[in-house]
Design a protein around this ligand. Structure first.
Ligand SMILES: C[S@@+](CC[C@H](N)C(=O)[O-])C[C@H]1O[C@@H](n2cnc3c(N)ncnc32)[C@H](O)[C@@H]1O
Ligand SMILES: [Zn+2]
Length: 399
């Protein structure tokens, strides 16, 4: 179990491979788009020093991935081969890189969960096939067009003014909360419908209808409070819309390419739990600044991890508990009382918040009561408190 709110600095592939299956409610990802460009934040901006490349070759992939896909995921293998046949080596390399990550994304999602893959028309056609192969064609929900006005134009073709967000559910049991939008009456006068509520604002009369799949939301403006200078920063409003639609309060949101942590910020503002991953250490620096500047008030303290988590759910968790139960001879490591196996909880001796890992050597069994009392503090504090309260004899505390 990964504590929320956590920022991991590192490659998201090994980190997601270390996450427990079915542990996340919603995943938003905004990976590099295969734009054949290098991005850097302007000097002097909050994000200065942040940079990432978006140029793809086979060197970005691991030969083992291709073998793994051929062996275990033949449909996916064919799809990617097709993308390579039509688009060339860079497209194929990009698809392999994305496919191995999307397989992990599918695994860590709960059955009620969904994924929003943010891309643009450079690769959206190939990524849709990759998602069909992994999530199943029937679990496709929407191709959302995010339309914006800013940016340049071209004399050779129509101005390119939208990104594509591919929305897939893991199963039919997916969580979805209908959102509403304004629909202005043609005459900008009330229709005086009998059975619908009509409203008036500065534009005119409107009703509220179920939201459509074309979203016009402005890019983060030059003078906006939100602006960090991080290249490719997405608007908070876009992320809030996604999070409201596909999760509920208390749910866990993951963004494995979190950049300047926009999705984490949006999750925090909507009382969701969150995990962000980015290869650049800027994400952790920026989330702390952003939480303070943009949300103010009370917000979660952010855990920063640079280790690779290890799955402790499922079989590994059961195995470790049995091993520790034997080693501790059925005694709680805190109060030294005997408990039945089922009353023990797996505890991180050094908590994640202060740099503890999921390694076997950092795990122990505590009774539920001691585990709650210890929280994220060191063992010495728990022991001292138990001795002070007379629950543990001083002699026993040395054992
Ligand atoms: C398009 S940006 C994301 C921007 C983000 N949505 C925001 O609003 O700030 C893509 C991010 O992916 C990160 N990245 C690229 N490859 C990665 C990898 N293998 N693991 C983790 N992060 C990676 C880059 O550092 C960059 O911050
Ligand atoms: Zn105990």
């Amino acid at each position: 179990m990964i504590k929320t709110s956590t920022i991991f600095t590192g490659d998201n592939l090994p980190i997601m491979r270390g996450m427990d299956s079915e542990s996340v409610d919603l995943i938003y990802l905004d990976p590099p788009f295969n734009s054949n460009r290098h991005y850097a934040a302007p000097i002097g901006s909050k994000a200065a020093g942040a940079a990432f490349k978006d140029v793809w070759t086979y060197e970005d992939t691991d030969d083992a991935w291709w073998g793994e896909l051929a062996d275990a995921h033949p449909v996916l293998y064919k799809v990617i081969d097709g993308a390579g046949a039509a688009g060339g080596k860079a497209d194929k390399a990009y698809c392999i890189y994305m496919a191995v990550r999307l397989l992990e994304i599918h695994r860590v999602l709960k059955s009620t969960g969904s994924v929003y893959l943010h891309c643009d028309p450079t690769m959206s056609h190939s990524l849709k096939l990759v998602l069909d192969a992994i999530f199943g064609h029937d679990n496709f929900k929407n191709e959302i067009v995010w339309f914006y006005k800013s940016g340049g134009a071209s004399k050779k073709h129509f101005a390119r003014k939208h990104d594509t967000i591919l929305f897939y559910a893991k199963t039919v049991a997916t969580c979805f909360n209908v959102q509403k939008e304004k629909s202005y009456n043609r005459e900008l006068k009330p229709y005086r419908f009998k059975d619908v509520d009509e409203y008036q604002d500065e534009v005119g009369w409107h009703t509220l209808v179920n939201m459509k799949d074309v979203w016009q939301i402005d890019m983060v403006g030059r003078t906006s409070k939100e602006r960090t200078g991080y290249p490719t920063q997405k608007p908070l409003k876009l992320l809030q819309r996604i999070i409201k639609s596909s999760s509920n309060e208390g749910d866990v949101i993951l963004d494995p390419f979190c950049g300047c942590a926009t999705a984490c910020m949006a999750a925090e503002s909507l009382q969701r739990k969150w995990i962000g991953i980015d290869i650049s250490p800027k994400a952790f620096e920026l989330i702390n600044v952003r939480l303070k500047n943009e949300l103010g008030g009370i917000f979660s303290s952010v855990i920063h991890r640079t280790d690779i988590p290890q799955r402790i759910g499922g079989q590994r968790s059961k195995d470790i508990k049995h091993i520790l139960f034997g080693q501790q001879e059925g005694l709680c490591n805190g109060c030294k009382s005997v408990f039945e196996f089922r009353n023990f909880e797996l505890d991180h001796i050094i908590a994640h918040d202060v740099g503890g890992t999921d390694d076997d050597s950092n795990l122990q069994l505590l009774c539920g009561w001691c585990n709650r009392k210890k929280g994220n503090r060191p063992m010495e504090n728990l022991i001292a408190e138990l001795v002070r309260e007379g629950i543990l004899r001083k002699e026993d505390s040395q054992r």
